[in-house]
Design a protein around this ligand. Structure first.
Ligand code: KIV
Ligand code: NA
Length: 278
C-alpha cells in the first residue's frame, strides 16, 4: 500500500472515496490499524480519557502526546498520521505554537497536527501550514472547551450556531487546513459544510455525508463493555469482554495449577540454549 499523503486525501474528496480514520496510541494498535487499511491514524488527546482515565482531555500534556506519537509512528507504513495539539498549546504566541507543533513533527515524526477551533485560531493554522505542518481542524463539539460549552452536547443546532460553524470551517480552509473533523453536529449541518468546502470533512457523530469518518479505537472495538453506549458509535468487536474473559481464565488456571502446562516449560540446559540462540 502506498503512503497516504495530503494530495491523496484531497483526491479522495474529489472522487468521493470515503476517508477512514481511527485513533491509536501505541505501537501494536497502530500496526494493526495500518495493516487493516485505515487511511488516517489520529493520536487523539482522547488518550486522556481512554489511556489515562481522566474525565476530560484537559490534563493531557504535549510530552505525553509526543510519547504516544513516537510509539504509533514506529508502526505505521501507509496511513497519514496526525497528532492532537493538547489543551492550551496553540493559544499563546505563534512562536510557542510553532515550537509545540515542531516537537510533534520532529520528535514524534507525525505527519500533521489537529487543532480545535475556528476563525480564532486561523492565524495559527496559517503559520503552521506555512512552516510545513499540515493542519487538521476540529469543529462542533470541541472537547478541550467542554467547560465553556457546558458539556458534551450536539453543536450547531440553531441557524445562528450553524452559520458560525460554516464561517469557522471556511476560515480554516482559507488558512490552509487539509481537512476538518466535525464532531457531534447535526447531519444537515455536516452535509451543508461538506458540500461548501473543497477540503475533506471527517465526521464523528456527524452523519453519513461527511467525506470521512473517525472513531476512537476503544469505542469502535467495544473495549469498555460496561460503559453506556454512545449513539454515534458502532462497536465492530467485543474486545473488552474477550480481554476480561481471557484474563479471568488465566487467573483461574494459575490458581488451579493448570497453567503453565507441560509444553510451556523448559527441561535441561539444551532446550534453554536452543530457545535463546536458535
Ligand atoms: O481525541 C480524539 O480522539 C479526537 C477524535 C474523536 C476526533 O479528537
Ligand atoms: Na481530540
Amino acid at each position: 500500500r502506498k503512503p497516504v499523503t495530503t494530495v491523496k486525501l484531497q483526491k479522495m474528496k474529489a472522487s468521493k472515496e470515503p476517508i477512514s480514520m481511527v485513533t491509536a496510541y501505541d505501537y501494536l494498535t497502530a500496526k494493526l490499524a495500518d495493516e487493516a487499511g485505515v487511511d488516517m491514524i489520529l493520536i487523539g488527546d482522547s488518550l486522556g480519557n481512554v489511556i489515562q482515565g481522566h474525565e476530560s482531555t484537559l490534563p493531557v500534556t504535549l510530552d505525553e502526546m509526543i510519547y504516544h506519537t513516537k510509539a504509533v509512528t514506529r508502526a505505521v507504513k501507509s496511513a497519514f498520521v496526525v497528532t492532537d495539539l493538547p489543551f492550551m498549546t496553540y493559544h499563546g504566541s505563534l512562536d510557542t505554537t510553532l515550537q509545540n507543533a515542531g516537537r510533534i513533527m520532529r520528535e514524534g515524526l507525525s505527519k500533521g497536527v489537529k487543532l480545535e477551533g475556528g476563525a480564532e485560531i486561523a492565524h495559527a493554522v496559517k503559520a503552521l501550514t506555512q512552516a510545513g505542518v499540515p493542519v487538521v481542524g476540529h469543529l462542533g463539539l470541541t472537547p478541550q472547551s467542554v467547560h465553556v460549552l457546558g458539556g458534551y452536547r450536539i453543536q450547531g443546532k440553531n441557524s445562528e450556531q450553524a452559520r458560525k460553524l460554516m464561517e469557522d470551517a471556511k476560515a480554516l480552509e482559507e488558512a490552509g487546513a487539509i481537512a476538518i473533523v466535525l464532531e457531534l453536529v447535526t447531519e444537515e449541518l455536516a452535509e451543508w459544510i461538506t458540500s461548501k468546502l473543497s477540503i475533506p470533512t471527517i465526521g464523528i457523530g456527524a452523519g453519513a455525508s461527511c467525506d470521512g469518518q473517525v472513531l476512537v479505537f476503544h469505542d469502535m472495538l467495544g473495549y469498555e463493555p460496561d460503559a453506556p453506549a454512545k449513539k454515534f458509535v458502532k462497536a465492530y468487536a467485543q474486545v473488552g469482554l474477550a480481554i476480561r474473559e481471557g484474563i479471568g481464565q488465566y487467573v483461574a488456571e494459575v490458581k488451579g495449577r493448570k497453567f503453565p502446562a507441560e509444553q510451556h516449560g523448559f527441561k535441561g540446559d539444551n532446550e534453554v540454549l536452543q530457545y535463546l540462540y536458535g
